[in-house]
Ligand binder design. Structure first.
Ligand code: ATP
Ligand code: FE2
Length: 341
């Protein structure tokens, strides 16, 4: 006879949508037991997808072993393997998917394909306790305002061109801003912006519920070439870009009447963006929360936790349906685990 103690259940999650290869382990009750990431740093310029994918395959075994050690679990104690199935860069996604399929087959446990954007939202909710928030998800590849309605996260507004993080990163590269290894360029822009004193005139483009950031990026780079101080341009770029996303978030908040606002994705680390959103949330009597920094940028824990949620609600991904989805919008994903009040 056993002791009657139910077996604990754990999900291992693999994140490899872009420059980071991450492995997380989540218990089915929401405890995060491990969250290990190894980032690919390009020699120069932006991410080269095939080089990033090569990095991921080179570090996969090391990151996996570290995650098992951190979680103090043996591979056979894992009940489920989740992987980021999209959206993201094809070669990077395929590397993570291959590792996930191999583990699932070897261990004889189910596989779950997770939408990366849903992962950013779910880890934000788990870490902050938000139940049914209006979420601004702002990262290097995505900028959208979403909220749950009728079975899915619906998009209320989004960028029409480049993402907020990408806008900051490209500006920083064009301006020759150097960051320390391991610190994001967006964070370097934030530091410079804090020393800005003058608001340089730059475009502000909100169309309906969507925003456009590419003209702002071009104008910011041009202002620098015309002799404006770097600190002032960083400050003005942030003020304009963040005001645009805050305006859209506020209008979505007024429309949906949600009582919580959640900021998630890599750009969530930015204190100025946090303070702008905190103000509009307060004006609408909504509780504002921000995903903690270590779960803001891409990480395996968010994939592990979202995989556990999906599995506990009866969803798995048969291997023949585990092909990666480079453009997989958040509003195409059923999220049957979401329960609103
Ligand atoms: P996604 O696939 O979700 O679009 P991603 O690969 O861009 O994600 P994230 O790790 O979610 O990855 O976000 C990275 C972005 O966050 C980068 O553009 C980076 O510059 C930005 N970022 C990080 N810290 C800050 C900060 N303090 N201020 C502004 N931007 C930041
Ligand atoms: Fe991301």
């Amino acid at each position: 006879m056993g002791t009657g103690k139910p077996a604990e259940r754990f999900c291992l999650g693999i994140e490899s949508t872009a420059d980071d290869f991450g492995v997380g382990v989540a218990a089915f009750d929401g405890k995060i037991l491990a969250n290990v990431t190894d980032g690919y740093v390009p020699e120069a310029g932006g991410i080269h997808p095939r080089e990033a994918a090569r990095h991921h395959s080179e570090v996969a075994d090391k990151v996996l072993s570290e995650a098992f050690a951190k979680a103090q679990l043996k591979p056979k104690e894992i009940s489920l393997v989740a992987f980021a199935q999209g959206p993201g860069l094809g070669p990077c996604l395929r590397t993570g998917a291959t590792v996930a399929r191999a583990l699932s087959a070897y261990l004889g446990i189910p596989l779950v394909g997770v939408n990366h954007s849903v992962g950013h939202i779910e880890i934000g909710k788990l870490q902050t306790g938000a139940q049914d928030p209006l979420t601004l998800y702002a990262s290097g590849g995505n900028t959208m305002v979403t909220a749950y309605a009728s079975g899915r996260y619906r998009i209320f507004g989004e960028t029409l061109d480049i993402a907020l993080g990408n806008c900051l990163d490209v500006f920083a590269r064009e301006a020759g801003i150097k960051n320390q290894k391991g610190t994001p360029l967006g964070a370097a822009v934030e530091l410079l912006a804090a020393k800005g004193e003058k608001l340089v005139s730059l475009p502000y483009v909100v169309k309906g519920m969507d925003m456009s950031l590419s003209g702002l990026l071009t104008a910011a780079s041009a202002a620098l070439k015309k002799g404006e101080r770097l600190e002032d341009v960083c400050f003005s770029l942030q003020e304009n870009a963040f005001s645009m996303v805050t305006e859209v978030t506020e209008r979505a908040l007024a429309h949906t009447e949600k009582k919580e606002v959640l900021l998630t994705g890599g750009v969530a680390a930015n204190k100025r963006l946090q303070s702008m959103l905190e103000v509009i949330a307060g004006e609408h009597d909504a509780k504002f929360s921000v995903v903690p920094q270590k779960f803001a940028t891409d990480n395996g824990a968010m994939i592990a936790w979202t995989g556990a949620l999906a599995y506990m609600n009866g969803l798995t991904t048969p291997v023949e349906e585990s092909f990666v989805k480079v453009r997989w919008r958040v509003d195409k994903v059923d999220v049957p685990w979401v329960k609103t009040l």
